[in-house]
Design a protein around this ligand. Structure first.
Ligand SMILES: [Zn+2]
Length: 197
C-alpha cells in the first residue's frame, strides 16, 4: 500500500473514539467493500481508505444488526427479486435501495466530518445511477432525479455522534460473537470428525 494511503488510514483510525479504535473485532483489509467482517480500503483499482467510512456508515444504517445484515462476512442489502425461468432477477417497486444508500451517505458525511476527511455529496449522489432501482427515483430527467435525491438527503435528521458510535460498537460486538461462534463451531466439527479428542 502506498505511503499516502497508509497515512490516510492511520489518520482515520487515530480519530476514531477509543472504544471503536481498540475494539477486538475492528478489522481492515485491502479489498473492496466489506468482506470477511473487515472494512475494505479499496475502491475499484485505487486504494481509498476513506471508503471504510462508507461501509461503517452502512453498519450504522443497518442499526448494528449484523445478525440479519451479514452473511459469510459480507453485508446483505436485501434486493427484492423474483425468479423467472429459473433466473434470479431484481424486482424493485420503488427506490428503497437508493434511499438506503442516501441515508448511508448522510451518516458517512457525519463520520467524515469527525475524522477530518473530505466528503463530496453531489459526486456521491451522481454515482447512484448504478443502483438497480435508480429508474424509480421520482423525476423525468437526470437533473430532476438528482433534485429528488438532494431533497431526500436534506430532509434526513442530523446523526447523533455518540449514538452512531454506539451502534457501530453493537455491530462490532456482534462481529466478535459471530467469529467466536465460528471458531467454536469448527472445533466441534473437528471433534465430530474425530480430529480432536
Ligand atoms: Zn453503499
Amino acid at each position: 500500500m502506498e505511503d499516502a494511503a497508509w497515512d490516510a488510514l492511520g489518520q482515520i483510525i487515530d480519530r476514531l473514539p477509543a472504544h471503536i479504535r481498540d475494539h477486538r473485532a475492528l478489522f481492515f483489509s485491502l479489498h473492496e467493500g466489506y468482506t470477511r467482517f473487515a472494512f475494505g480500503c479499496r475502491l475499484g483499482p485505487h486504494l481509498e481508505p476513506e471508503s471504510v467510512l462508507h461501509d461503517m456508515a452502512h453498519a450504522i444504517e443497518f442499526d448494528g444488526d449484523l445478525d440479519h445484515r451479514a452473511k459469510h462476512g459480507r453485508m446483505m442489502f436485501g434486493v427484492p427479486h423474483k425468479t423467472i425461468y429459473g433466473q434470479w432477477v431484481d424486482n424493485y417497486s420503488d427506490w428503497t435501495s437508493t434511499r438506503r444508500e442516501i441515508r448511508t451517505f448522510r451518516i458517512q458525511e457525519a463520520l467524515t466530518r469527525i475524522v477530518g476527511v473530505e466528503f463530496d455529496l453531489d459526486s456521491s449522489l451522481r454515482t447512484m445511477d448504478y443502483m438497480g432501482d435508480w429508474y424509480l427515483v421520482p423525476g423525468n430527467s437526470d437533473e430532476s432525479r438528482m433534485r429528488t435525491m438532494q431533497e431526500y438527503y436534506a430532509g434526513l435528521p442530523t446523526p447523533n455522534e455518540s449514538e452512531m458510535w454506539a451502534v457501530l460498537e453493537k455491530w462490532l460486538d456482534k462481529t466478535a460473537l459471530r467469529l467466536m461462534n465460528m471458531v467454536h463451531g469448527s472445533r466441534k466439527l473437528m471433534y465430530w470428525n474425530g480430529v480432536i479428542h
